[in-house]
Design a protein around this ligand. Structure first.
Ligand code: HEM
Ligand code: HEM
Length: 471
């Protein structure tokens, strides 16, 4: 509806698709935790569970449920919310969005069943069989075309760090998935393609999309939009440029160990671009920290998760850059230290960011009372305790394994030495799982509230946006 040069845009398609994705992703998080706890038990009490419960299948399910169930569902939901608002145009197609949503569930179910049946490529992070990989490409094309059409038909701002990071994240995911699954690589190259995918899925797709969504929502959460931004705009450009330069070659830090099929030049490139990653890390930390510090609004539960995610991000990257230095990597590689790093990255950093995004967007849609803030705070403190209780013992266990390996100790002696730490991971894993159940209960509360409004956002501001169209 146009009034002179004032235009009102309604976001019905965007709201409908985004809320579906955001409301269901938490369910997969509980599945991830359940499988994680089961695996942790199998590692401390091997041979106790019936033989048909296979650790390798469970590990694949844990990873695939994280990648495609929990994190991708939530981030895609947030992208469906954010992109239309940046380009001031509703989502191109609700039907495509709904198809994407349905296919995600079917895809994840097929992945779980095929892995349980023993069909596993044995390639970490790429466990599902090729037929599933073809389906993933089709789903990605549906997602990408819907977002691209929304952008092409919208008003694209001259420079939007949020849009740049989001577009880069989607392209990164597609290109790396194609290259890793359909490159017909073998031997050395196959190893490279697996690790560039794994690296780019976590550092590219997850991190870029989350950064993009933060560039959109932090100014809104803090009330520091436009000229009120407490940092110079060029910093976000520098941030984007450094990330583009350092992230791709830093993938080689997964192949630093002596027998890795990579020559010294590329190992050095992996090592030093990984250390260079500290530059964009601290730039982004500064941008968020200064925004939170100067916030004009109460930041509430989403803000608590933002603060935690940024602390874990810095810890994650300082740890990552250190373990990319070859003599440190010799010590930590293939120890529990790396498992700790992986949980710091995807649980501490990315998942906390996704909790913040979910609380914030759903709170906007269905009103501040949709969530129970006490449940939100309970979720926060439980997941902090649970996660740190897993991360710290894993890190210590990794150091013990690294130092024992130097003395020539065998696998069983090392396992014996770290058994107590693995028990700690199990107990704190249970606590982490409890925190996710609290999160799910809070989401359930939103679903009940949303049902009353037929899943329509409660505020006009979230349903529609009025802006002045430039002549
Ligand atoms: C209840 C909480 C959880 C428990 C008890 C748990 C436990 C485990 C266990 C036992 C492994 C296998 C480690 C091995 O092979 O030695 C694992 C791997 C992994 N988990 Fe979890 N997990 C939990 C939650 C999560 C969450 C929420 C995420 C991310 C969002 C996550 C990300 C990962 C990743 C990326 C790996 C692969 C690590 C590697 O290859 O180094 N986990 N987890
Ligand atoms: C400055 C930033 C970072 C650097 C330099 C870095 C470095 C590394 C290195 C060297 C490894 C390999 C360890 C080994 O196998 O010996 C690794 C593993 C890993 N990193 Fe990072 N990291 C960084 C940030 C991140 C972020 C932001 C994420 C996720 C969002 C992440 C997720 C992971 C995961 C999941 C693994 C485990 C891979 C496996 O299964 O073995 N890292 N990282």
């Amino acid at each position: 509806m146009a009034k002179g040069n004032t235009v009102t845009v309604r976001f019905d398609n965007s709201n409908s698709v985004a809320s579906k994705f955001l409301l269901t992703s938490a369910f997969y998080l509980v599945v991830v935790a359940l499988v994680g706890v089961l695996m942790s038990f199998m590692l401390v009490k091997p041979g106790t569970l019936p033989a048909f419960i296979d650790f390798v299948a469970l590990r694949g399910i844990h990873l695939q449920a994280i990648i495609f169930g929990w994190l991708s569902m939530a981030l895609m939901g947030a992208i469906y919310h954010v992109v239309p608002r940046i380009v001031k145009r509703d989502l191109y197609s609700k039907a495509l969005g709904n198809l994407h949503y349905a296919l995600m569930h079917v895809g994840i179910a097929v992945v779980v069943v095929t892995l349980l049946m023993g069909f596993n490529t044995g390639r970490e992070y790429l466990e599902p069989v090729p037929l599933v990989a073809v389906a993933v490409v089709v789903i990605w094309l549906i997602f990408f075309s819907n977002i691209l059409m929304t952008i092409l038909k919208g008003d694209v701002p001259k420079f939007s760090p949020a849009l740049n990071f989001i577009l880069l994240s989607i392209l990164y995911l597609g290109i790396n998935y194609l290259w890793a699954n359909f490159g017909f690589w073998n031997g050395v190259r196959d190893n490279l393609s697996v690790w560039t995918f794994a690296h780019n899925a976590v550092n590219g797709w997850f991190m870029f999309s989350m950064v993009g969504i933060f560039y959109y929502f932090i100014p809104k959460m803090t009330g520091l939009e436009g000229k009120d931004k407490p940092y110079p705009e060029f910093l976000s450009k520098v941030h984007f440029a450094f990330v583009c330069i350092f992230i791709p070659p830093s993938a080689l830090h997964h192949l630093l160990y002596a027998e890795a099929p990579v020559n010294m030049f590329w190992k050095l490139a992996g090592e030093w671009t990984s250390v260079g990653m500290l530059i964009p890390t601290f730039i982004w930390f500064y941008i968020i920290a200064v925004s939170i510090k100067n916030s004009k609004k109460r930041i509430g539960v989403p803000g608590m998760f933002v603060v935690a995610t940024m602390v874990f991000y810095v810890m994650n990257c300082v740890q990552g850059s250190s373990q990319s230095i070859r003599f440190i990597n010799d010590f930590t590689h293939q120890t529990q230290w790396v498992v700790g790093h992986a949980h710091l990255a995807l649980l501490g950093f990315i998942s906390f960011g996704v909790f913040a995004i979910t609380y914030w967007i759903l709170g906007q849609f269905y009103g501040a009372n949709a969530f129970n803030p006490n449940l939100g705070k309970g979720h926060f403190w439980l997941v902090i305790a649970g996660f740190l209780g897993m991360f710290i013992p894993l890190t210590i266990a990794g150091l013990i394994e690294g130092s024992m390996r130097g003395t020539g100790a065998d696998f069983y002696t090392m396992r014996e030495a770290i058994q107590g730490y693995l028990w700690a991971r199990l107990w704190f894993g249970l606590l982490t799982m409890a925190s996710f159940v609290v999160f799910l209960m809070n989401i359930w509360k939103v679903i009940s509230k949303a049902k009353q409004t037929n899943f329509e956002p409660v505020t006009a501001e979230e349903r529609e946006m009025t802006f002045t169209k430039e002549a």
